[in-house]
Design a protein. Structure first.
Length: 254
């Protein structure tokens, strides 16, 4: 008889059939790989519109990106889940929400016609589209974050503005970030991270992936949990290549 794993986690992937642009499903793949390489069992549950789901019963929340049409499709369903999600995140539930998911974890998204898509107010921010004539924020990104240097790719039309006191995910070294004005990127509340970074994000940023896993383990099993290191040659090479590409394109553009 095989020995059961010492630790087991459940990750919930919100709206994978709707918020699924730019390869954000790769974040699930990276989480699974880095858990299983350490003998941690990871169950991934996909939750879409109308599915029953209690955030208190899961260990990590992930959501990807979608355009305005997709955000409208999930808005009512997400609103109904808002109080339970906020309560779980206030209690330390780790989350990673990207682009469209990030915007709807704020207070609201105001589209280019002035229409409002309400969010669930996990983060103290709002996103506004500057209009159809405005350029999109597209390109490679390098951030300085508490987890160290983070690399990724952004492609968004909306401009996100943090309220005073709302912590960003990181500070932009290369790229546009939340609004191409104030140098912030994303947002962080408790153990929840919102960001515009695709790429997908986690495969090229192993330290961030491990931080999410460790937060989830300590929330479930206690503060003494540690993670053994992994051989990260491939991940570090991908990270370094993305950082060099961002630096080179930034120099060429400016």
């Amino acid at each position: 008889m095989s020995t059961p794993p010492a630790y087991a986690l459940t990750a919930v992937h919100l709206y994978p059939d709707i918020l699924n642009i730019y390869g954000d499903r790769g974040n699930i793949i990276a989480l699974r790989y880095r858990c299983e390489a350490r003998g941690i069992a990871l169950q991934v549950r996909e939750v879409t519109v109308g599915d029953a789901f209690d955030p208190a019963e899961c260990d990590i929340i992930l959501a990807g990106g979608g355009q305005d049409r997709e955000q409208r499709r999930i808005a009512d369903d997400l609103q109904a889940r808002g109080p339970a999600l906020r309560a779980a995140i206030d209690g330390g539930l780790p989350a990673l929400v990207v682009c469209g998911g990030f915007q709807l974890f704020g207070h609201r998204y105001v589209d280019h016609q002035g229409g409002v898509i309400p969010g669930i107010s996990v983060f103290d921010l709002e996103t506004r589209h500057p209009g159809p004539r405005a350029d999109r924020c597209i390109g490679d990104v390098i951030l300085d974050t508490p987890e160290g240097e983070v690399v990724g790719f952004e492609n968004h039309g909306g401009r996100t503005y943090l309220a005073p006191g709302q912590a960003p995910f990181g500070r932009v070294r290369r790229g546009f970030g939340n609004n191409a004005e104030d140098g912030t990127e994303g947002a962080r509340t408790a153990n929840a991270i919102g960001t515009y970074l695709h790429g997908s994000l986690l495969p090229k940023n192993p330290a961030l992936t491990d931080e999410l896993i460790l937060l989830a383990l300590r929330r479930r099993y206690g503060p003494d949990v540690t993670l053994p290191p992994l051989a990260d040659d491939a991940e570090r090479a991908a990270h370094a290549t993305a950082a060099r590409t961002a630096e080179r394109r930034s120099r060429a553009a400016g």
